[in-house]
Design a protein around this ligand. Structure first.
Ligand code: C2E
Ligand code: CA
Ligand code: CA
Ligand code: CA
Length: 278
């Protein structure tokens, strides 16, 4: 379906799974999820490897539905994509993230918020307007806002989506490539796109302590990033041993269950103001 106009989203069913009753329920429930206040955000700390301090949070969407219960994002995000609902939902996520960032700033806590961008949002011609509107609505420093875009999504760029990234980057918005190393993107993109950070996919971190190849890959990504002046963030760090292995490849930040699972804004504030360091 073609999208026309900001407040006039068109919806269609995904042909392949349209018959599945769960899928149909999910679709019809998803349509009302925002107005029924069923969506909320959780935040996962990104920790500076050297200082052990929280410097950013990844914003992660949650959906708790009266009929379906808690639906994980890997299940409902594709449905939101297919139906086009990801556009109003994505706008809501950006607004909510900026609102929370403002609250943290007002409380004297400097924290960057990193929001995930879906394929549909990336391709949408209103991406610039939607992002700027969220940032301006709460008057936050654009430097405290980051977009996470996967390699595969970046691959399907258009002239206008690249131009949008450049405009956002010029404003100070950060652009991170998510799940780095799992897609098929050409390294030339790192030169062509205004990218500020690489998030190494957690599949490389998972067995970094046993698999020499994984360590080699993480090291290669880190040194590439360093020479291109990009920040490197390791995802899915679950153990102290994995963290030890990330000291030598010199990752800048890490994120994972070792430090904290995604949690509420209140818990993040508590962690920050108590200045806990592991
Ligand atoms: P992602 O962007 O790669 O997000 C990281 C996922 O890894 C999150 O899952 C997080 O909870 C999980 N994770 C973090 N640390 C660890 C760890 O140490 N071990 C393990 N095993 N997992 C860890 P989550 O929240 O279920 O989100 C899954 C995916 O859903 C995200 O993957 C992202 O692609 C998508 N998603 C979540 N929120 C949004 C959103 O607001 N917009 C869009 N477009 N996509 C979203
Ligand atoms: Ca992400
Ligand atoms: Ca990721
Ligand atoms: Ca992922």
């Amino acid at each position: 379906a073609k999208l026309e106009g900001r407040n006039n989203y068109q919806f269609y069913s995904c042909a392949t799974h349209a018959e599945s009753p769960v899928r149909l329920t999910m679709e019809s429930q998803l349509y009302h999820a925002l107005e029924r206040n069923e969506m909320f955000l959780v935040y996962q700390p990104r920790v500076d490897v050297k200082s052990g301090r929280i410097v950013a949070v990844e914003v992660l969407l949650r959906w708790n539905n009266k009929d379906l219960g808690f639906v994980p994002p890997i299940s409902f995000i594709p449905v939101a994509e297919d139906t086009g609902l990801i556009l109003p939902i994505g706008d809501w996520v950006m607004h909510e993230a900026c609102r929370q960032c403002r609250l943290w700033t007002d409380a004297g806590l400097t924290l960057k918020v990193a929001v995930n961008l879906s394929a549909r949002q990336f391709k949408n011609k209103n991406l610039l307007r939607a992002t700027v509107s969220a940032i301006n609505a709460y008057g936050i420093d654009p430097g405290l806002f980051e977009l996470e875009i996967t390699e595969s999504i970046l691959m399907n760029h258009t002239e206008s989506s690249v131009a949008t990234l450049r405009q956002l980057s010029d404003m100070g918005v950060g652009i991170a490539i998510d799940d780095f190393g799992t897609g098929y993107s050409s390294l030339a993109y790192l030169k062509r796109f205004p990218v500020h950070a690489l998030k190494i996919d957690r599949s490389f971190i998972n067995e970094i302590t046993q698999e020499a190849e994984d360590l080699a890959i993480v090291r290669a990504i880190s040194s590439l990033a360093r020479s291109l002046h990009l920040k490197v963030i390791a995802e899915g760090v679950e153990t102290e041993a994995q963290l030890q292995f990330l000291q030598y490849p010199e990752c800048d930040e890490y994120q994972g269950y070792l430090f904290s699972k995604p949690t509420t804004a209140e818990k993040i504030s508590d962690m920050l103001s108590s200045g806990i360091v592991i």
